[in-house]
Design a protein around this ligand. Sequence first.
Ligand SMILES: Nc1ncnc2c1ncn2[C@@H]1O[C@H](COP(=O)(O)OP(=O)(O)O)[C@@H](O)[C@H]1O
Ligand SMILES: [Mg+2]
Length: 236
Amino acid sequence: MLLNPKGGCGKTTIATNLAAYYAGQGFLTALFDHDAQGSSTRWLEMRPESRAAIHGVAAFQNPIGVTRSFQLRVPLNAERVIVDTPAGLADPHLPNLVRTADTIIVPVLPSPIDIDAVLSLVEALRRVETVCKYGVRIAAVVNRVPAYRSGLKPLEMALETVGLSVATRLRETRRYPRASARGIGVNELGGIGRERCLDDWRPLWAWLENGKGHEALTPEHQSRPRLFPDRVAAPA
Ligand SMILES: Nc1ncnc2c1ncn2[C@@H]1O[C@H](COP(=O)(O)OP(=O)(O)O)[C@@H](O)[C@H]1O
Ligand SMILES: [Mg+2]
């Protein structure tokens, strides 16, 4: 689940790129779009038929004659489920949605406003019982990193203070809007700079896959980045 109530930090970009990556790897992949703006859904509509198929669920829609649980059903054979969420997500929607996730990625931009937003988000997550209790895996992805990686220090220090690990840093590049406009991921876009761009993704793919399976959710497991309960004291 891509989560950050701040708009424009890269939720849709990371959701669609992960979906393209997993589908390309041969996994049956579903992409849930909870944002009424429908950006992930539009991306999927643009996706060329020649590319690996992704099962889209426009979760923000409320079609007449269809129950909510039927609309939100996860295809039985889905192997990877990516959930894009809207900006401005707050109580009670945030905890309700978060409860359905086993892994949370928080995209964050290296700007002062975004630092404040991510600290509030961590506070909100600390109040969600399932996150504290079952050690849902969570990591930040620092997005739109400038070429010289300047200005990252304040953000990374703030993340460390609240115990949020950084799964990877994605550089700022035109490849993202270019791929997005064609319904593909940066892994499906050729040209100069492809490998360098994908190098940014490898740590995230590895982090996601190393934790797959049930053992990822047991609080006893200390070896992988988790926000709760070993790094941050859960509320009394
Ligand atoms: N690493 C990046 N480099 C360049 N542009 C980016 C990058 N990440 C996101 N963008 C662009 O920033 C804008 C906002 O990203 P988006 O994923 O839609 O954010 P959110 O879903 O959190 O609102 C989009 O136009 C997207 O193409
Ligand atoms: Mg979005």
